[in-house]
Design a protein around this ligand. Sequence first.
Ligand SMILES: Cc1cc2nc3c(=O)[nH]c(=O)nc-3n(C[C@H](O)[C@H](O)[C@H](O)COP(=O)(O)OP(=O)(O)OC[C@H]3O[C@@H](n4cnc5c(N)ncnc54)[C@H](O)[C@@H]3O)c2cc1C
Ligand code: SF4
Length: 568
Amino acid sequence: MATELPGTDVVVVGLGAAGGVAVLPLADAGVNVVGLEAGTWLSPADFAPDELRNNVRGWPHSVQKANREVPTHRPATGAPYSPRPAIHPMMNAVGGTTLHYWAQSWRLSPWDFAVVSRTRQRYGSSRLPPGSTVEDWPFGLDELEPYYDRVEVELGVSGQAGNVRGAIDRRGNIFEGSRARGYPMPPLRGTGFTDMMATAARGLGWHPFPGPAAINSGRYQNRSACVYHGYCARGGCHVSAKGSTAVTTIPKAQRSKRLTVVTEAHVTAIDIDRNGRASGVRYLKGGTEYVQPARVVLLASYVYENVRLLLLSTSAAFPKGLSNNHGQVGRHYFSHNQVSTVSALFPRDLNAWYGLPAQGVAVDNWADDHFDHTGLDFIGGGNLWVYSDRRPIAAAGMSTFGRSPRWGAQWKAFVRENADRWNTAYLQKTTLPYEENYLDLDPSVRDPLGFPVCRITADYKENERKVTAFIQDKMAEWYRAAGAIETERSPLGTMGPTTHAYGGTRMGDNPETNVVNRWGFSHEVPNLGILGASVMGTSGSRNPTLTVQALAWRTARHLTEQWRSIAA
Ligand SMILES: Cc1cc2nc3c(=O)[nH]c(=O)nc-3n(C[C@H](O)[C@H](O)[C@H](O)COP(=O)(O)OP(=O)(O)OC[C@H]3O[C@@H](n4cnc5c(N)ncnc54)[C@H](O)[C@@H]3O)c2cc1C
Ligand code: SF4
């Protein structure tokens, strides 16, 4: 028998990047919020610069929930399953994956909000990839800009603006959409290596600029500046320079006394009342089942768990899962095309032993629709990103670029000489949703509680393959211009479980093709809001989190402004 708790105004499921941001505008507006988080609090003392622990063994996790429910994957309906990874990269703790993410904090480009209409306008309808279910967003960048701005200030984002109210600043990204003002902090500093790459890019006629990061380049809101010691990829920050929601928006919301954080609370279902409205959630904590009644439910448990919880929450009113009477939960799924990259070997040391993956230089000339695709046979593009970060185990895993065997004395000698002479770029490319790519519940694989895990059926299509080849060519050209003596490309792979998952509860005005409306609330369950990249219909050429957080703020703000109609 479940224990029924006193009701609250809003229950937020998951206090990560999205949920951890949404609680602040709610609490500030005087709304009482219960935040249910599967993990626990972690402290700076938990975050050690330890590659073996962080990157090889998948620490830090306060609770191993994600690892016990890693989604299964098959490239197509009826295809054999791919090998299932042992470790899920996402985090279970207060702050979620913002504790150990890289913290690159990008806004989307104007084109990313209007891929369909802008493609038709510039190249004709025939250029939209066959089988793609892509739609324009229900609004443009101008609608999201104030929320990007607010989140940048609350988290503390460092960067160099390239377009403030239409005034182009060539030190920043000249392709970015107009912003109301610059970043709250200057960019992270460059390194000898990133300076060398920036010079080479300028030599090619491109426009390099330092990327934006939710990492303090100076002391900010009483948190330390980054000390550039590295070990930031999958490592938490021991000086709280990284703007995780655990050290920014969540503690701010707690100070209002309107937010109650319940840790080790594993939500298993969303309940509905006899009118088909969400009435609260049920969760397990310490072996006991609780029911948390709430006037509004906000689901913020990352893409796979958002979809899984909806599909598991069946009832007479929603036999196929909550908010799924139109069969849209799980549809329009895609994972960002970011794996296929380019590595380069240089004839001299790069001195890249210190630094962090968010401390780099970007080129956006080949992203989105920033270049003319008339003579090309794809749409979209990629952001080219090189950065300073080297860890000993990863360094020893370097490619030999065909210049030495992969074992024995010759290999050791090669690695000893070249461990600081190579670099791998990070290439994020446009990825679109397709009819054949979707999420559902696995028919046979279950988590330790006996619930089916999420199943991914998805693969990259022709457009993504063409974008990959094009962007890898551009990256190889950039490395060569900087003096690289070898370049090597990694394969595209397939769409397995990822840190950049999108779709499954897409946002749009049409309830026949979308789960949530333009404000992030379900078309079918008006007091159920969904936060996270599961609502995003396009990815652009850059990481999702700042957009996820701007959307989360906007959904929470809308709720406070429309409280009477949504929470009625
Ligand atoms: C190594 C790494 C590097 C990354 N680098 C970047 C980057 O540089 N820039 C960028 O934009 N993005 C980056 N990402 C991606 C980024 O972390 C995600 O986009 C972002 O965290 C997603 O936000 P979210 O709130 O949806 O999920 P999370 O931040 O993962 O939060 C989800 C929360 O929900 C909780 N939860 C899950 N299930 C339940 C349940 N059933 N009950 C209760 N609680 C639950 C989890 O414990 C977690 O705290 C990176 C990710 C990784 C792993
Ligand atoms: S490199 Fe900077 S942001 Fe990253 S963990 Fe170290 S101090 Fe923190």
